[in-house]
Ligand binder design. Structure first.
Ligand SMILES: Nc1nc2c(c(=O)[nH]1)N[C@H]1C(S)=C(S)[C@@H](COP(=O)(O)OP(=O)(O)OC[C@H]3O[C@@H](n4cnc5c(=O)[nH]c(N)nc54)[C@H](O)[C@@H]3O)O[C@H]1N2
Ligand SMILES: Nc1nc2c(c(=O)[nH]1)N[C@H]1C(S)=C(S)[C@@H](COP(=O)(O)OP(=O)(O)OC[C@H]3O[C@@H](n4cnc5c(=O)[nH]c(N)nc54)[C@H](O)[C@@H]3O)O[C@H]1N2
Ligand code: SF4
Ligand SMILES: [Mo]
Length: 718
């Protein structure tokens, strides 16, 4: 029996797992008790890495569509097909005619994270989309203007805080996001053990809300109002304490003025919370010695996502908790930290460097909103999208007005997918190129350690051999195709170019990495250039990871605004405040609003083909409050017909007082029973696609992020 220590790449927690093998068969996956970050934690998804690896439906060879049917072909034939079709579209219609959509796992996959850029840049398209615009883009936008860098995102110092105010996050189920913290439960327990307090603001009584000391069931989409009221109270009651931040902040008075109209009494009706409760929230936050405000998906994928994300950190600043132990701190990863001098160029952040052709939506952090991808495919004219490349993404289940996008993908001249399944999205592709499983590829979490609540560096060599090309090799071959080198470009030469580029930016000679090539060489260079003076050899000698200790203060060096200060009231953010003010007197038509929810055994849209994960509670239901159920004549187990502007779906009813009255909840990522997929387990547990109900016209005004929470719906018995 062989054993391997593997960092789980399935979510942001980066747990260390111990995998056992008989030959090439996975016999067990357990939490690694010696892992420096997660100390033995494992969730049902991580425990299913073996099931994923052995899933007979998982693709193990390229597929090419001929006469509407997928055929398995050799890698050379697949690349020849791409070479025959993709460069021609660029030559005839320009680079913008090719759109790219990079999905969530592409950030969790070292080869793709390191080599994807080369391919996307080689295409040269402005139609670059990622799951970010159905996720965290408002945080990049807000922090970009506050601190100067789109990745200068402070994370809660969970291990030292004494007061944690959580809005729109359920870390006991999601395991944490924009906050890499293996074993969140132990860390939250630690807060309680230290005598600290956890407060949750969420329209649902989630597991985290249940665990917390206090839960406030807010009306969806009104967090910015609540947060503004907290700011209002801090000023009104003279509770603002900038402490060490005083000399580094500009715009405090402007924030005071902006918060003026948002008193607790003014926001109480819209938020559904009591004015006294709001005052109490503000006072407790101000009184705690070490406190932090943390907002996630429920605060970003909503109508005021950027304002809410901004106000979270405004509160962290006004209470003197930014960049202080136990507050919101800036991590400093061992490799690739984008906001350190060893990372990307340090120009002040600016959004809207280009706009989308059809709807004029702004670019944010190098990408444009996926909510407009269907427009760009359907609308004729110069720059029309005629080809799409998806890399580890499933937009047909993950993005708003999913039914419209599904239709639009059918109209493309060419579609290429890098994916491990033939699923709801990739069924539209002309060519699908599969990649190795997490057990067959090397890993180091170059993205998420930049958001870790404690510094760690953990290297995972590939545990199993594979016949499949590594995805970095595939991406370089594709780079060769779009740069006119043909389908058989010299991968080693292209890899040297990429490594030369990384080395030059780091001021290193690529030769210091010795004989290494591929991701190993890039990572070794990045570690050498990084702030912790490490090499890949150091990581290889530490199979359970290297502990780099708690976060340390990084002000003022981390700031890259033009003024060199924290810009607390940037015009590019505050421009949206008048729209928020209009929400104080909302025109409520009494309609129900839909929010989402995550499930412990689910991973967005793509792990439903694994039997161990689709048992039990992992079901796609609509949760309805008993009062609403009575009024609508709905009973547990009925089928509900749920209708929004964009479409209708049918889902089983679950009556529960976990949701607040007026709110219903359906998880996303379901709806697997579509023709032409090769996911035999998932189609038997199909569920319904909640993003049929999400409106592609409803966006956070500043960042273009889709409103996936707070969707007006009608619910009736089917
Ligand atoms: N209504 C609603 N919609 C949401 C959300 C919500 O809360 N509510 N959440 C949003 C969020 S936060 C996110 S991140 C998005 C996710 O949206 P997406 O990123 O579009 O979708 P995923 O479900 O992550 O799909 C991942 C795809 O990658 C493939 N894949 C998995 N591993 C690999 C690999 O190693 N290599 C390759 N090449 N492919 C791989 C899978 O087969 C799958 O097709 O969904 C968003 N959509
Ligand atoms: N098990 C599991 N883990 C995951 C994932 C998964 O699919 N399954 N996905 C991963 C991904 S891609 C991400 S981005 C993270 C997300 O991590 P989290 O943000 O922690 O994820 P959610 O569980 O969706 O929590 C969002 C919460 O916001 C609440 N909410 C909805 N609308 C509002 C609102 O208007 N205001 C407030 N205050 N709350 C609201 C919802 O009820 C929900 O409890 O999780 C990651 N981890
Ligand atoms: S919590 Fe995330 S990283 Fe940890 S085992 Fe589960 S999926 Fe993997
Ligand atoms: Mo996400």
């Amino acid at each position: 029996m062989a054993t391997a220590h593997v960092t789980c790449p399935l979510c942001e927690a980066t747990c260390g797992l111990t995998v056992t093998f008989e030959g090439a068969t996975v016999t067990g996956v357990r939490g690694d008790p010696d892992d420096v970050l997660s100390h033995g934690y494992v969730c049902p998804k991580g425990a299913s890495l073996g099931a994923l690896h052995h899933d007979p439906d998982r693709l193990r060879a390229p597929l090419v569509k001929r006469d509407g049917e997928f055929t398995q072909v050799s890698w050379d034939d697949a690349f020849a097909e791409i070479d025959a079709r993709l460069p021609g579209i660029i030559a005839e219609h320009g680079a913008d005619a090719v759109a790219v959509y990079a999905g969530n796992p592409s950030a969790h996959n070292l080869p793709v994270a390191l080599y994807g850029r080369a391919f996307y840049k080689a295409i040269g398209t402005r139609n670059f989309y990622t799951a970010g615009s159905v996720d965290q883009l408002p945080k990049h936008y807000a922090c970009g203007y506050l601190f100067g860098g789109g990745f200068t995102i402070p994370v809660p110092d969970l291990d030292r805080t004494e007061h944690l105010l959580i809005l729109g996050a359920n870390p006991l189920v999601s395991n944490g996001s924009l906050m890499t913290a293996g074993d969140v439960r132990a860390r939250l327990r630690g807060i309680r053990r230290r005598g600290g307090k956890i407060v949750v603001v969420d329209p649902r009584r989630t597991r985290t809300a249940e665990f917390a000391d206090e839960h406030h069931a807010i009306r969806p989409g009104t967090d910015a109002l609540l947060l503004f009221a907290l700011v209002h109270v801090l000023f009104a009651e003279d509770l603002v304490r900038l402490r060490h931040l005083a000399e580094h902040v500009a715009g405090v008075e402007a924030v005071r003025t902006l918060a003026e109209p948002f008193s607790p009494d003014a926001v109480a009706p819209a938020t559904g919370l009591g004015a006294n409760d709001i005052r109490h929230l503000a006072r407790e936050l101000a009184a705690a010695e070490r406190a932090v405000v943390y907002g996630r998906i429920g605060t970003t994928t909503q109508s005021f996502g950027t304002l809410a994300s901004w106000l979270v950190d405004v509160l962290n600043v006004l209470t003197g908790n930014l960049d202080a132990p136990g507050g919101a701190m800036f991590p400093l990863a061992a490799a690739g930290q984008l906001n350190s001098s060893a990372g990307a160029p340090r120009r002040p952040f600016r959004a809207g460097r280009w706009r989308t052709r059809v709807r004029g939506l702004p670019e944010v952090f190098g990408e444009v909103p996926v909510a407009t991808l269907a427009d760009e495919i359907e609308t004729p004219g110069g720059g029309q999208v005629r080809a799409l490349v998806t890399v580890a993404g499933n937009p047909c289940l993950s993005t708003p007005n999913a039914a419209r996008l599904d239709q639009a993908l059918g109209r493309l001249d060419f579609m290429l997918s890098l994916d491990v399944y033939l699923n709801e999205t990739t069924r539209h592709a002309d060519v699908i190129l599969p990649g190795p499983t997490p057990l067959e590829r090397p890993h180091y979490d170059v993205s998420l350690y930049q958001l870790a609540v404690r510094g760690v560096a953990n290297w995972t060599p590939a545990a199993l051999a594979t016949d499949l090309p590594q995805e970095w090799e595939t991406l370089l071959r594709l780079t060769g195709i779009v740069t006119g080198l043909g389908p058989n470009a010299d991968i080693a030469a292209l890899d040297d170019l990429v490594a030369g580029d990384v080395a030059r930016r780091a001021g290193l000679d690529p030769a210091v990495a010795g004989e290494r090539t591929g991701p190993e060489r890039l990572l070794d260079l990045m570690l050498r250039a990084g702030p912790h003076d490490l090499t890949l050899a150091d990581l290889e000698a530490a199979p359970h990871g290297i502990d780099l200790g708690p976060m340390r203060p990084r002000l003022p060096d981390v700031l890259t605004t033009a003024s060199g200060k924290i810009e607390l009231a940037p015009e590019a953010v505050t421009a949206d405040v008048p729209r928020l003010a209009a929400e104080l007197t909302p025109d409520r038509d009494g309609r129900l609003v839909l929010i989402g929810r995550r499930q412990l055994s689910s991973n967005n849209s793509w792990m439903h083909n694994l039997e161990p994960l689709v048992r039990g509670s992992n079901r796609c239901t609509i949760q309805v409050h008993p009062g609403d159920a009575d009024r609508l004549g709905l009973h547990d187990g009925d089928t509900a017909k749920v209708t929004a502007r964009t479409g209708t779906i049918e889902v089983p009813v679950e009556v529960t007082d976990r949701v607040r009255p007026g709110v219903v909840s359906i998880p996303h990522g379901w709806g697997h029973d579509v023709p032409g997929v090769r996911t035999s387990v998932a189609v038997r547990h199909a569920g319904a696609n909640s993003n049929v109900l999400a409106d592609e016209l409803a966006l956070d005004a500043l960042s273009g992020t889709a409103v996936l929470n707070g969707i007006p719906v009608e619910v009736a018995r089917a």
